[in-house]
Write a protein that binds this ligand. Structure first.
Ligand code: DX5
Ligand code: ZN
Length: 220
């Protein structure tokens, strides 16, 4: 059976009660913390930066999955390693020398991820897939939580899964944006390994039970 990784996105947490929300995730069936870093340049929004991540990392007891929505991410690879990131994901669209960036992330002891925007084709990953630990398929345009899921994502998951098999890569597939209990199972059936969920978890009446629910419906 397949155990899907559930990664609540802290972007949707209550920042005035951050420790409470982190401890909720620690005690839940969630697998990872998904941390969205936005610079107001690559995406039209600014989330939070290093001091907040440092505070999160102090309390988090699970894998820290950092999603950088910033231009020129090479400048901060070492900083994020030092802050405790276990996985560092950069955007395909933000890297001129993606292959080099991936090696630099791994040299700092992290897993290397590549996120692709909804308009970016899976085909563009063909020559670099064997160097990528995780591909994050954006199922919304990055920048904001609470947007609705783009249906074309299913085609991209299928296509990426085929590419991974064809190339004999070990890459895992993460889906980010608009994930709910309505699309979670179909995404896993198409080949997803990790589901990020922000609003669906944190805006729920019972976030712990919502995580448990996502975990259950994605065990196939
Ligand atoms: C969007 C972020 C997502 C976001 C997901 O730019 O990368 O991780 O927090 O939030 P929901 O699940 O609300 O779409
Ligand atoms: Zn994200």
């Amino acid at each position: 059976s397949k155990n899907t990784i559930i990664a609540p996105s802290v972007l949707a947490a209550d920042f005035a009660n951050l420790q409470r929300d982190i401890e909720m995730i620690n005690a839940s069936q969630a697998d990872w913390f998904h941390i969205d870093i936005m610079d107001g340049v690559f995406v039209p929004n600014i989330s939070f930066g290093m001091p907040v991540l440092e505070a999160i990392a102090k309390h988090a007891t699970k894998t820290i999955d950092v999603h950088l929505m910033i231009v020129d991410p090479d400048r901060y690879i070492k900083t994020f390693a030092d802050l405790g990131a276990n996985i560092l994901t950069v955007h395909y669209e933000a890297c001129n020398h993606l292959h080099r960036t991936l090696q630099a992330i791994k040299a700092e002891g992290m897993l290397a991820g590549v996120a692709i925007n909804p308009h970016t084709s899976i085909d563009l990953l063909e020559d670099v897939i064997n160097d990528i630990d995780l591909v994050c398929i954006m199922s919304v345009n990055p920048g904001f939580g609470g947007q609705s899921f783009i249906e074309n994502t299913y085609n991209k998951v299928t296509k990426l899964k085929d590419l991974i098999i064809q190339k004999g890569a070990n890459t895992i597939i993460e889906i980010d944006g608009g994930v709910t209990n309505k699309n979670a199972r179909a995404l896993v059936e198409a080949g997803a390994d990790v589901l990020v969920a922000g609003s669906f978890v944190f805006k729920a009446e019972n976030p712990t039970a919502t995580i448990e629910d996502l975990k259950q419906i994605t065990t196939i």
